[in-house]
Design a protein around this ligand. Structure first.
Ligand code: UDX
Length: 475
């Protein structure tokens, strides 16, 4: 375990000892850090929380009040991973499972190395029977690998493996934890498996209505997580494909979303057309699904889901092409304000963010980008350029000159030829666009990749506005 965790930015082990629950104590092995404890956790969740941190780092950004208020009371941090695993009744494996970058299935398959390492550590340090819960997003039948590794323990211990996928979204994790749409628990269809499911159900039943706790077999639970993310991403790609058609026909994609979303069979959520979805989950999980389909020889199914990603790539490059086209087919030497770098609002996460793709394409046009994001620091942007796109000062010697980071939106826009809005931060809706217009080169362009500005108002000010899936006024 130490070797796994030392490679992570921050490893934690989370323990939930409880007096009122069927299980007395559970522990979660995680990589990276995701705060999900809730204020009043002790009363609400009927247990104590203890977090065991695998190294000395203090989680960053600063922990929210919910965590601080529980710390030292029913939430503790420690570095004694082996000891805490040994004391736990339930162990949650919550390590990351990134897409493989090399070897068999590179670029598609999820790497479950970390899950396996966790299982090996649990098998080594456990001194009593335990329930081991897969919280990580994993390919179907990972539980089988975990179970087999655990079964090799030399102490004759019995382990039950459950699947309990995580559906929290960034920026709303605490609310999602407090009021989940559902909790999914999959286990073996044996008496032991059913008993383990019942134990985990009883933990969640402390705050989640029983009817919202769905129990299934192991493989349905594992697959459901991939399918949930694939369906959500598919909706975004579907509406984005329609946005292109809207721009060609004069229809308005927001009106279409409203018109179709009121049909309860379709529903209104995840129909917000954008410059493209990002985040650490959608692309990774779809690629994983595609790889699974291919593995079972289901090439048509694989191709169907792969199209969701292709449409997302198309949307990102289509946006940049529109920008260049509108700016008289050249962005060379032009100052462009980039508003937003995070993959969605209310988070500083930049993984797979559409903004990085747009910036890369504009850099290739030799535009000068002045980027402002309320939560993303320059260092993080550079990490994302390098990690996801392979853009660094070796591959792009002018990188430092082409990307200027600004501490506010007005500085980013001052003297710019164009503004590209790439993350839907609330503050971008209420900027003083009159003031911004005055300071910009003319004609002044706004390219709204999130459909958050008042197009009519901005056009009245004098801007030339391009918004995703919205009609362009007759010239
Ligand atoms: C997602 C799932 O929602 C969550 O259940 C899972 O546990 C993890 O993956 P997250 O990645 O935090 O959560 O973000 P989400 O809110 O789903 O948005 C993903 C991307 O889609 C973002 O880039 C967002 O801007 C984009 N999006 C979302 C749209 O472009 N349009 C929409 O209508 C909705």
């Amino acid at each position: 375990m130490t070797s796994t965790l030392s490679r992570s930015r921050l490893g934690t082990v989370r323990i939930y000892p409880s007096t009122s629950l069927v299980c007395r104590r559970s522990v979660s092995v995680t990589q990276g850090f995701r705060w999900c404890e809730k204020e009043g956790g002790e009363a609400k969740y009927g247990g104590q929380f203890v977090n065991v941190v695998a190294n000395e780092n203090i989680p960053s950004p600063p922990p929210p009040f919910a965590v601080e208020s529980c710390r030292g009371r029913n939430l503790f941090f420690s570095t004694s991973i082996d000891e805490e695993i040994a004391r736990a009744d339930i162990v949650f494996i919550s390590v990351n499972t990134p897409t493989k970058t090399q070897g068999i299935g590179a670029g598609r398959a999820a790497n479950i190395k970390n899950c396996e390492l966790c299982a090996r550590t649990i098998a080594k340090v456990a001194t009593s029977n335990k329930i081991v819960v897969e919280k990580s997003t994993v390919p179907v039948r990972t539980a089988d690998a975990v179970r087999r590794v655990l079964a090799c323990n030399d102490k004759g211990l019995q382990f039950q493996v459950l699947s309990n996928p995580e559906f929290l979204a960034e920026g709303t994790a605490i609310d999602d934890l407090e009021k989940p749409s559902r909790v999914l628990i999959g286990g073996e269809e044996t008496p032991g498996g059913q008993e383990a499911i019942a134990k985990l159900v009883s933990v969640y039943a402390n705050w989640v209505p029983r009817e919202q706790i769905i129990t299934t077999n192991l493989w349905s639970s594992e697959l459901s997580k991939l399918v949930a993310n694939a369906f959500l991403a598919q909706r975004v790609s579907s509406i984005n494909s329609i946005s292109a058609l809207c721009e060609s026909t004069g229809a308005d994609v927001s009106e279409i979303s409203r018109a179709i979303g009121t049909d309860p069979r379709i529903g209104s959520r995840f129909l917000q057309s954008s410059v493209g979805f990002g985040g650490s989950c959608f692309q990774k999980d779809i690629l994983n699904l595609v790889y699974l389909c291919e593995t079972f020889g289901l090439d048509e199914c694989a191709e169907y889901w792969h199209q969701v990603i292709k449409m997302n790539d198309y949307q990102k490059s289509r946006f940049t092409k529109k920008m260049v086209e509108r700016m008289f087919n050249t962005a060379t030497g032009k100052k462009i304000a980039i508003l937003g770098f995070a993959f969605k609002k209310d988070t500083g996460d930049t993984r797979e963010t559409a903004s990085a793709f747009v910036c890369r394409d504009l850099m290739q046009e030799r535009a000068k980008l002045h980027v402002y994001d309320p939560q993303v620091k320059r260092e993080q942007m550079m990490i994302e350029f390098d990690y996801t796109l392979g853009v660094n000062s070796k591959t792009e010697p002018d990188l430092e000159k082409l990307i200027v980071t600004e501490s506010d939106a007005y500085a980013a826009c001052d003297g710019a030829h164009a503004i590209a809005i790439l993350t839907e931060w609330e503050e971008f809706k209420t900027l003083d666009y009159e003031r911004i217009y005055k300071g910009m080169s003319k004609p002044a362009f706004v390219f709204d990749g999130r459909n958050i500005v008042d197009v009519t108002k901005l056009r009245k000010i004098g801007f030339e506005v391009y918004a995703i899936g919205k009609p362009w006024p007759k010239e």
